[in-house]
Ligand binder design. Structure first.
Ligand code: EPZ
Length: 417
């Protein structure tokens, strides 16, 4: 089992061109089945979740080529509308294929995605939205069978601004006759990126990034090219590492407005942060102060995916900080690993109270999930001594060459097979 070995205490210096956004490229790859044509997608990060999605596209009959960070999908040869359990289990967010397959073929069959390390991951909002567009949804045991002899436009009001439900509704609406309006839509930048891709294919989608998305369905879609936006959560990860290890790091490609709540926390903790266009700089002496309560929320609130890495950065601060995780019920598992490093964190349900300690110590650690694993890397970069982190499959889902990025910044980090 491969592991990341990190000797903490080195300042981080340098600039990072941030990888393409995982949570953008996955729905865009699913959406590539819509056009029945060729999509050339640039700036795709090399991640296991991307490889899992390409396996699904190939299973569906699409021709897929990958050259570096460019993926070409020819969906003209698609000849199936089912996703087998073995592929669904690889990645629960494959549920995004529901809307795309319904729009392209009028049918979709997959197994219930179930939960993940973060807890139950319901899809009731996805299914309710599809029903509003005329989809007949049958849940038979652990599988879902959706058919739509005629997708029609309609009004969808999401009870929660769910990212996945918004994306599934957008994709199905592209194949529906008439106008669809999605109220209380998720506002994440990745929704906007999906809109840009769809419109590049000839769709007519507007409003993404706001709470109301409008789709004029039934447009003929065609070949297109698209470049995926940069990953704001990776940027938050690199900023968190520089904040607690100390140093001066520039992250490139992510506009400031996508990370304001995170930048605010590090400014309050005593770092200097500045930005210019899509470049952000953070400088820190590695001595952080506790901050006022951090409460995760849908975009543009504090991102739940940044909670683990920011909390990890504050474990060696003076004073204490309170985190409230409102999105997922099981997102604090990584704190038990941080405790092995000497962190003082008290978790009560959705609330975590971090009481800063002088300095964490290196330890043998196991990544419990994607962002929890990244949090352990952040903590290890600032800790005294060596840490070895196992279960890297979680980290490989969302970070391309994480050890290489930090090594380029001066960290002592190696990946051992
Ligand atoms: C997306 O997941 C991201 N994944 C997650 O990133 C991210 O944490 C999440 O959005 C929130 O920003 C991808 O984009 C692939 P939601 P998603 O639907 O779409 C509840 C990472 O680390 N809900 O916005 O699954 C749900 O339980 C991952 O990169 C329902 O109740 O998230 C949660 O509490 C982790 N019913 C809340 O809504 C539903 O039908 C937000 O979930 C759907 C969601």
């Amino acid at each position: 089992m491969s592991e990341l070995c990190i000797t903490g205490g080195r300042r981080l210096e340098g600039a990072i061109p941030v990888q393409g956004a995982k949570n953008s490229v996955l729905p865009i790859l699913a959406a590539s089945v819509l056009s029945g044509s060729v999509s050339v997608i640039h700036n795709c990060p090399d991640l296991s979740d991307v490889r899992a999605t390409l396996a699904i596209l190939r299973h569906l009959g699409c021709r897929v080529e990958q050259q570096g960070h460019t993926i070409t999908v020819d969906a003209s040869t698609l000849d199936r509308c089912d996703i087998p359990e073995r592929l669904m289990r690889e990645m629960r967010s494959s549920v995004i294929f529901l809307g795309a397959l319904l729009a392209r073929t009028g049918e979709a069959r997959l197994c219930m995605p179930g939960g993940c390390e973060l807890g139950p991951r319901p899809i009731d909002l996805h299914l309710a939205a599809l029903r509003r567009l005329g989809v007949d949804v049958r849940e038979l045991g652990g599988s879902i069978r959706c058919c739509a002899s005629g997708l029609h436009g309609g009004e969808i009001s999401l009870a929660i601004p769910s990212v996945g439900a918004t994306e599934n509704a957008m994709l199905a609406a592209c194949g529906a006759n008439g106008l669809t309006v999605i109220y209380n839509a998720a506002r994440e930048p990745e929704i906007w990126d999906l809109q840009q891709y769809l419109n590049a294919c000839g769709a007519r989608v507007a409003g993404a990034g706001s709470s109301t998305v409008v789709v004029q369905g039934g447009m003929g879609l065609h070949t297109c090219q698209h470049t995926v936006i940069a990953d704001r959560i990776c940027a938050a990860t690199f900023l968190s590492a520089a904040a607690c290890a100390g140093g001066e790091v520039e992250v490139q490609g992510v506009p400031r407005e996508q990370l304001v709540p995170v930048l605010q926390v590090f400014a309050e903790a005593g770092c200097r942060v500045r930005s210019e266009g899509d470049r952000m700089w953070i400088s820190s002496d590695g001595h952080l102060r506790g901050v006022s309560p951090v409460r995760t929320a849908p975009y543009p609130g504090f991102p739940t995916d940044a909670q683990p890495v920011v909390l990890a950065a504050l474990c060696g601060s003076t004073g204490s900080s309170v985190f409230v995780e409102t999105m997922f019920e099981n997102r604090y598992r990584y704190t038990m690993e941080l405790a092995r490093m000497g962190a003082n964190i008290r978790v009560e349900g959705r609330v975590a109270v971090v009481t800063g300690v002088e300095r964490l110590s290196g330890a043998a650690l196991e990544a419990p999930d994607l962002r929890g694993g990244a949090a352990l890397v952040v903590a290890a970069l600032a800790a005294e001594g060596e840490s070895c982190i196992r279960c890297l499959r979680h980290i490989d889902r969302g970070y391309e060459n994480l050890s290489g990025v930090f090594a380029d910044l001066g960290a002592r980090i190696t990946r051992r097979a």
